[in-house]
Design a protein around this ligand. Structure first.
Ligand code: NAD
Length: 386
């Protein structure tokens, strides 16, 4: 079987194996830890800080879609934010609403269903709606949030079509609210250092970039991630987007052309409508070709760059925690941060001071165009211009 992965030096492979810290496992492992930590927090304390938040002038965020990411990452991160706090929820499950109300001391008036969500327009306690549903549903909820005059954060990928992205951007513009995409890695120090190394040509012009983001998916066969209608595609849409982002923020440029190939589907009964794996190349002005791979049947999470006078590598590069980096000059030494807390604090600051977000809807649209060009290149086996 042809394997879609880059060869790493043996010691790196061993290291990765031992560490077992790729996106999939990190996502699950650490989210459980965060949740436990959060659960064990003294209830009285939570109530007191919720009251304090309401009085402190922090912006109120309402999470829409209380699945794994909201539960394991965003809600715990909102206990650490300085500029915003968890003020409300929008959910399709009444039993989740009860649990969240108790756990985070959310008042009844800030709890909505998908049906009565539009009434949020009359609720001054909610400034920002954070849309965390399956990808194809982002459009509906972002547009409804904008029409309710709420600022919006939308999870990645922004949508599954260019038309949806454009409609979301237009709705936010029409209603004079800000739109941001949940690109947490823009607020993570190792990835920020890569932006600097590449874009400022610290080691000279960049000559080569490689990126991989893969995990062994284990969801039920009817999960939305395996349903093209809801997900827009497989690992490329889910985690390969981080490679697309990583390559572009290394260079500070957009590609001019794409080539791509689907990997072999070894489980056609499971991967019925989305790819199991895909590899692609992003070609840039000046001739650089970045090599990328993403799979639901492997474990990887790295971003590598080589310039004229040096190199850098993040591995793992995209996980919620434990990101590690080195350059040709030695190990990177950055503190561990809560990426989601930083991301949401940054957006709240942008909203409060009417500043543009560094990760706007336009960036989400740009990326969806590239993701779709990658699929087109894989389907047609032709080079696709972007
Ligand atoms: P999940 O399956 O755990 O949760 C999805 C939520 O959407 C659930 O609460 C579910 O009830 C709700 N939902 C509403 N309508 C639905 C429908 N028709 N079908 C299925 N679910 C429906 O998914 P998740 O992992 O929380 O991902 C949600 C979004 O967040 C996705 O866009 C995903 O790409 C994104 N995400 C981002 C990151 C990140 O690191 N930025 C990490 C994980 C997920």
């Amino acid at each position: 079987m042809k394997k879609l992965r880059f060869t790493l030096p043996t010691n790196r492979r061993q290291f990765l194996k031992n560490l077992s810290l790729t996106l999939g496992t990190t996502a699950t492992g650490l989210s459980l830890l965060s949740l436990q930590a959060c659960n064990s927090k003294n209830n009285e304390q939570t109530k007191a800080s919720a009251e304090q938040n309401r009085k402190s002038g922090k912006l109120g965020i309402a999470l829409l879609g209380l699945g794994k990411y909201s539960t394991g990452q965003l809600a715990p991160a909102l206990q650490e934010t300085q500029n915003c706090y968890l003020a409300g929820i929008i959910t399709g499950s009444p039993e989740k609403a009860d649990k969240w109300k108790n756990q985070y001391d959310i008042p009844d008036k800030n709890v909505y269903s998908y049906e009565n969500f539009d009434q949020i327009k009359d609720n001054p306690a909610i400034d920002i709606v954070y849309v965390v549903t399956p990808n194809a549903l982002h459009r509906e909820f972002v547009v409804r949030a904008a029409q309710a005059k709420k600022h919006v954060i939308c999870e990645k990928p922004m949508a599954t079509t260019v038309e949806d992205c454009q409609a979301m951007i237009e709705a936010c513009k029409q209603n004079n609210v800000q739109l941001s995409v949940g690109y947490r890695l823009h607020f993570e120090p190792h990835n920020q250092r890569v932006m600097e190394l590449g874009q400022k040509a610290v080691f000279g012009p960049v000559k080569s970039i490689k990126a991989a983001d893969s995990f062994k998916i284990s969801v039920e066969p009817d999960d939305w991630r395996l349903n093209k209608q809801l997900a827009g595609g497989g690992p490329l849409m889910d985690v390969g987007i981080y490679c697309v982002q990583g390559v572009m923020y290394t260079l500070g440029q957009e590609p001019i052309a794409i080539t791509a190939k689907f990997g072999e589907n070894t489980r056609p009964d499971y991967f019925k409508t989305v790819e199991q794996s895909i590899s692609w190349q992003m070609q840039f002005k000046g001739g650089l070709i970045a090599e990328c791979v993403s799979s639901y049947n492997d474990e990887a999470g790295m971003l590598y760059g080589e310039a004229q006078n040096g190199w850098w590598r993040l591995d793992p590069a995209y996980s919620y925690a434990g990101i590690t980096g080195e350059t040709s000059q030695g190990k990177m030494d950055f503190e561990e941060v809560n990426q989601q807390a930083r991301q949401m604090d940054n957006f709240a600051d942008c909203v409060r001071h009417n500043k543009p977000t560094p990760v706007p809807g336009q960036m989400g649209l740009r990326d969806v165009k590239i993701l779709l060009a990658i699929y087109e290149a894989a389907q047609t086996n032709k080079k696709v211009g972007v």
